[in-house]
Write a protein that binds this ligand. Structure first.
Ligand SMILES: Cc1ncc(COP(=O)(O)O)c(C=O)c1O
Length: 507
């Protein structure tokens, strides 16, 4: 793997062994202050059921920017140092600690670099936060189609050629956006995409909600910044070992207006960020810097063992490197297993629920054909054994009892964008039954979880195909996230649309 090698440096190791924010938090709590500031639980000076359950120390650490603990929105001391160490650890120039997940990171990225009507080239299988970023920024999405596997139905990376074509058709686009890796662990050809963006005067931006760990192991696929990207948002909490909600925005090089990104960050972020989340980033960064490679080797070995056992189970198959046959599938994250259960005659949704119910095994997600199992730095051999046993039990219950399921092909076409997402979001709306919505313009994003692919975004024309597909997902246990109900949809009320003059209807 062509990855930048981190050269040994005693000075850097000495810096990285520090946890400035965590150290300040410990010192503040140990100083036993008389707290006449918020929060009013006063470092756990009372009792309730949650405190009894998690312990007083959690509350003692739950302080709100007292003297010595710096300010996340205007960092000058320990948070500034902790963010600088994090940037150094990831090979970035700048870092922001996020307390609203990579969702907050993506909003910060998009509003930070895009102005209204700027175009951004991005894959269709984006997370809901990107659609919200389009609404907030007022940008125009130019969607490119990811590679879609006809067998599993899962969406992969985007072939460089698709980006190239979109760039040729939209030479005025401001940025190219990539998901690295996808939820299913598939990576695109990041180096070529970064070169394509830069040689056309565009920014290269990434969603690395599932990619933090890629920065810590030479044998894993490239992290976006390592491939030359300008800006990324990483869920430190998903694969870097910090607490849920703690994420990072990282930038490298001079193409991004970092002052503007920081400005947007202050607009998006609470003035009361949780020190527990920030301290957990500080500690996780140090651990990953010194031990990430060893911890990830262990995770990979567990995943590999599980894969070789799972493929022996009748009706089960697991994606492996043989899947990497074309562009849009350039590398695979070996710490996540995409387990195909269609040979059992059940859906991935069924398997996801049954594994929890019958074997107390919690998977990351169930999809139409597949389930996703993640192996992390905290995984244990005992848990892996339970996963394998759970699938054996599942196979014993279902294999041979029904025909293997054959699902309709995922429809790779996406609907036409009639107006910008922000325009649709702000337009007068009405709610109509889904079955009568063909031809209307959606005023909401309709996502199905898992895996969180938008069927429709605000501004797109509703089609008979999208309605049919949505119903199929619902029937098979997918959770629909929308502003209304699974049987209705919010659309632009065109009878009112052009009558009111105070809204921006201009595409
Ligand atoms: C691809 C992708 N991007 C962004 C996010 C948002 O990340 P977070 O949960 O840290 O807000 C997710 C969450 O699952 C995701 O799967």
């Amino acid at each position: 793997m062509d990855k930048p090698v981190r050269r040994p440096s005693k000075a850097r190791d000495a810096r990285q062994s520090r946890t400035p924010f965590l150290e300040a938090l410990k010192a503040y709590v140990a100083s036993n202050p008389a707290p006449f500031d918020v929060p009013n639980h006063k470092m756990g000076g009372f009792d309730n059921e949650f405190l009894d359950y998690v312990g007083r120390q959690v509350y003692a650490c739950d302080v709100n920017a007292p003297i010595g603990m710096d300010s996340l929105l205007r960092p000058r001391s320990v948070i500034k140092e902790a963010e600088a160490l994090c940037a150094e650890c990831f090979g970035a120039d700048h870092c922001l600690f996020m307390v609203n997940g990579t969702t907050g990171g993506i909003l910060t990225e998009l509003v930070g670099v895009l102005h209204p009507k700027d175009k951004i080239i991005l894959p269709r299988n984006v997370h809901k936060s990107i659609i919200n970023g389009l609404i907030l920024s007022g940008a125009v999405p130019i969607f490119v189609q990811p590679d879609i596997d006809p067998l599993t139905g899962i969406a992969n990376g985007v072939p460089v050629e698709a980006y190239r074509q979109a760039v040729a058709e939209n030479p005025d686009a401001k940025a190219i956006f990539v998901i690295n890796p996808t939820y299913f662990g598939i990576c695109s050809n990041l180096k070529e995409i970064a070169e394509l963006a830069h040689s056309n005067g565009m920014l290269a931006i990434a969603d690395e909600a599932h990619g933090t760990h890629l920065y810590f192991d030479h044998h894993l696929p490239l992290g976006a910044l390592q491939a030359g990207f300008d800006l990324t948002a990483c869920s430190m909490h998903k694969t870097g070992g910090s607490l849920t909600q703690s994420s990072l925005v990282l930038s490298k090089g001079k193409r991004v207006d970092w002052e503007r990104v920081k400005n947007v960050f202050t607009m998006m972020t609470s003035t009361s960020p949780s020190p527990i989340l920030m301290a957990s980033i500080d500690a996780a960064r140090k651990r990953m810097y010194f031990e990430g490679e060893a911890l990830l080797e262990r995770s990979k070995a567990m995943a590999s063992r599980a894969r070789s056992e799972l493929v022996k189970i009748p009706g089960i198959s697991v994606l492996d490197e043989s899947y990497l046959t074309r562009d849009g599938r350039c590398a695979l994250d070996p710490t996540r297993l995409v387990i195909n259960v269609s040979g059992l005659g059940i859906t991935g949704f069924d398997a996801y629920r049954e594994l929890k119910r019958e074997s107390n095994v919690q998977l990351e997600l169930g999809e139409i054909n597949c389930c996703l199992a993640l192996f992390g730095i905290g995984s244990t051999d005992e848990q892996v054994a339970r996963l394998i046993e759970g699938f054996r039990k599942l196979s014993a219950a279902h294999y041979g009892t029904r025909q293997p399921l054959r699902f309709p092909r995922f429809n790779p076409a996406f609907p036409d964008l009639v107006v910008r997402p922000r325009v649709a979001f702000n337009a007068p709306t009405k709610i109509v039954p889904l079955k009568e919505a063909a031809g209307e313009i959606s005023a909401e994003a309709i996502m199905v979880y898992p895996p969180g692919i938008p069927f429709l975004i605000p501004g797109e024309r509703v089609t008979a195909d999208s309605i049919k597909e949505l119903r199929f997902y619902v029937r098979h246990g997918g959770v629909v996230m929308s502003d209304t109900t699974p049987e209705t949809i919010k659309v632009i009320d065109r009878s009112q649309w052009f009558m009111s003059s105070d809204l921006d209807y201009d595409f």
